[in-house]
Design a protein around this ligand. Structure first.
Ligand SMILES: Cc1cc2nc3c(=O)[nH]c(=O)nc-3n(C[C@H](O)[C@H](O)[C@H](O)COP(=O)(O)O)c2cc1C
Length: 192
């Protein structure tokens, strides 16, 4: 069976982002599980703030590229900071734009269906972004019809959570990340 293709997408483009760090660690774990991993940054897909009139007059190239990127992978790991108890505006904006891209003959939300998602969050505070994970799960599952695995990664006090090698210091958290990535790979392997 060919290695499943997994896309890793951080919901923060801040320099020094803790979620980008978590995305890098997840990429390493996925590669060790022999998945074919692609990690991208939303910085490379600049999108205007979603506006329905703008969408009616033509979709930005970056939205089409992002949609195709999702469609080319069987599994997706999204790790987003918590902003005001929800996901970041750049991540929500990207999801809204992707949801509008529909190739000829395609069902709505095709980029979100037929693949499996895992989600994570790293925050400076003690909450570990649990509220953003609830929001992201709702957006992906209820909004876009995606399958999101129940295992999720929540990294509190992110500034102290990683060691010099960018591994998670907390053994339970590190094991949780591995388990979630293993499940993502297993389920992605059975996706067409
Ligand atoms: C506008 C804004 C809102 C935030 N709201 C929350 C929040 O509700 N809960 C929380 O734990 N952290 C909150 N934070 C802190 C971020 O989670 C924290 O800065 C995190 O490190 C950002 O992720 P990054 O390092 O990947 O960029 C907020 C930060 C910003 C800029």
């Amino acid at each position: 069976m060919p290695a499943p293709k997994i896309l890793v997408l951080p919901g923060s483009q801040r320099s020094g982002s803790h979620n980008a760090r978590l995305a890098a660690l997840a990429t390493k774990e996925l590669a060790l599980m022999e998945a074919e991993v692609t990690r991208i940054s939303l910085q490379d897909y600049p999108l205007p703030l979603f506006d329905a009139d703008l969408a009616d007059s033509g979709l930005p190239q970056a939205a089409v590229q992002l949609k195709r990127m999702l469609a080319a992978h069987q599994g997706v790991f999204i790790t987003s900071p918590e902003y005001s108890a929800s996901v970041t505006p750049i991540l929500k904006n990207a999801i809204d734009w992707i949801s509008r891209v529909r190739d000829v003959g395609e069902a709505p939300y095709a980029a979100f269906k037929g693949r499996v998602f895992a989600i994570g969050s790293a925050t400076r505070g003690s909450g570990g972004g649990v509220r953003s994970l609830m929001a992201l799960r709702q957006i992906l599952e209820l909004g876009c019809g995606a399958l999101v695995i129940p295992e999720q990664i929540s990294v509190p006090r992110a500034e102290e959570a990683f060691d010099a090698m960018d591994n998670l210091k907390d053994e339970a958290l590190a094991a949780g990340l591995k388990a979630a990535m293993r499940r993502l790979v297993e389920l992605a392997s059975v996706m067409k």
